[in-house]
Design a protein around this ligand. Structure first.
Ligand code: BG6
Length: 455
């Protein structure tokens, strides 16, 4: 039967497919956000048929699909060696068999960046995506390369085969509700718009702590580490949304121009950087016995633009920490009056939380009720979970929907990736000590000692 939408997944037996992609597709299908007439082709070299493949997905530790009936309806497993040309002829036949003139089709590469070039070449050679065909797209999971040079090489290959308009580079944090909310909070509220600069903002902290370890992803993670896995993509994307100038317009191009400008102006405090590795990492399956891979990183960065010169941006992320929590905290300077009063006043803070729950909080000073003149911090909180429960979408749902609709705002442009790698390479190139940590307290103390900050 001919389909309106065909989603082809490379890397279908990987963690991302069972944990994120298939659940997102199932939800979009159930909620009728994507065509009911959809085919999901799961490609892999393992010897499965569709039934045994879906059994494998249902048994995988990370699977989060609730409704397997949907997957049985829309998924088809296709066995092939994705880096070899051999299987592509039969893949093409399969896709042609299910396509009509207007079928939209996208190819999702949920594989390591070392395979991007080969797969892209085969996809192009076998005319699965021809340059300029607007019904076809190709999607690349992060990381896009492992340093600036490898990222450049990948990108040159992609541009050889595809138009930029057909290329979607994923950073799933951009699909998160609260990350999309950054621009709204900044630009749609006079109180923040007026105070968004180094005269009012004292510091910015961006945290993505995880309590889990590497969850069996040794092959990828040991090559990558926390700096490249989380900072190059997710944390720098957040930083650039926070620090950018007001864009000329809110179209994708103008917003990205401003984000790139931020990344091109980044520096970091060489003496305050901390790299760590959790105790026990070396005994995780398939980790090199002498691995020096970082599972924790702390950076004190600066954005050298007139707006933010001098304001520290603390970036922190790590695995096997005390909790899974991700948030942004903007700390404002004390008021002039506050400075005069000899009271232990708290600073105004804007906190945007995106895990484990989503909220926007504003910390203000208020008089303590009663006869005395005491002041206490109060928190105004908009908890997205309370007001919007059941309505929220997972990042991957939003991103997959945008791909099917050809919306590119939430995908990274090449120059964003280029400038972020440039910064990351500079940090990586500095010789650094690797702290073996047993608990978060140890790292907290270290951040206090090195950067005088409590996170
Ligand atoms: C991924 C990283 O991009 O993001 C993982 O590769 C990390 O190592 C994950 O665990 C965190 O995403 P989230 O959405 O759970 O914060």
């Amino acid at each position: 039967m001919k389909k309106d939408l065909i989603i082809t997944i490379f890397g279908s037996t990987g963690d991302l497919t069972s944990r994120k992609l298939l659940p997102a597709i199932t939800k979009l299908y159930t909620e009728k956000q994507i065509s009911e007439n959809v085919l999901v082709l799961a490609l892999g070299r393992r010897d499965y048929d569709t039934k045994s493949y879906l059994e494998f997905v249902s048994q995988s530790k990370s699977n989060k699909v609730v409704n397997f009936d949907v997957l049985h309806k829309i998924v088809k497993y296709h066995k092939m060696e994705i880096t070899q040309p051999d299987g592509y002829e039969s893949l093409k036949e399969l896709i042609n068999e299910h396509s009509h003139e207007h079928t939209k089709s996208f190819f999702y590469l949920a594989v390591g960046p070392e395979m991007f070039a080969d797969i892209s070449m085969h996809i192009n050679t076998f005319n699965l995506v021809t340059k300029g065909d607007t019904t076809k797209a190709i999607v690349f999971e992060k990381p896009f390369g492992h340093d600036l040079d490898s990222a450049k090489a990948i990108n040159q290959t992609l541009w050889k085969y595809f138009d930029e308009s057909q290329i979607y580079r994923i950073d799933h944090y951009l699909g998160k509700e609260m990350i999309q909310n950054i621009m709204t909070v900044r630009f749609a509220n006079r109180i923040f718009e007026e105070a968004w600069h180094n005269r009012s903002i004292k510091s910015v902290t961006i945290v993505a702590k995880e309590d889990q370890g590497i969850l069996g992803r040794a092959g990828y993670y040991d090559q990558s580490g926390a700096l490249k896995d989380m900072v190059q993509s997710h944390l720098l994307q957040i930083l650039s949304l926070l620090a950018m100038e007001v864009p000329v317009s809110y179209n994708s191009h103008d917003v990205k121009n401003e984000k790139v400008e931020v990344m091109n102006n980044l520096t970091f405090d060489k003496h305050a950087t901390i790299f760590g590795q959790y105790k026990g990492y070396l005994t995780e399956p398939n980790i090199k016995p002498n691995s020096k891979t970082d599972t924790f990183v702390f950076i004190k960065a600066f954005v050298n633009t007139p707006r933010f010169k001098g304001v520290p941006f603390y970036l922190m992320t790590g695995k096997k920490l005390d909790e899974k929590v991700s948030y942004i905290e903007i700390e404002f300077e004390a008021t002039n009056e506050q400075k005069k009063w000899n009271l232990p006043l708290s600073k105004n803070k804007l906190i945007i939380k995106f895990a484990p729950y989503e909220s926007v909080e504003l910390v203000l000073n208020s008089k303590t009720p009663g006869l005395r003149e005491n002041v206490q911090p109060i928190t105004l909180e908009l908890n997205q979970d309370d007001i919007d429960y059941g309505n929220r979408s997972e990042a991957y749902e939003k991103l997959i929907l945008d791909i099917t609709n050809g919306h590119k705002t939430l995908f990274t442009r090449w120059d964003e990736i280029e400038s972020s790698w440039h910064f990351i390479d500079k940090i990586k190139a500095r010789p650094h000590e690797l702290v073996i940590y047993e608990n978060y307290e140890q790292l907290k103390k270290l951040m206090k000692d090195k950067a005088d900050v409590v996170i």
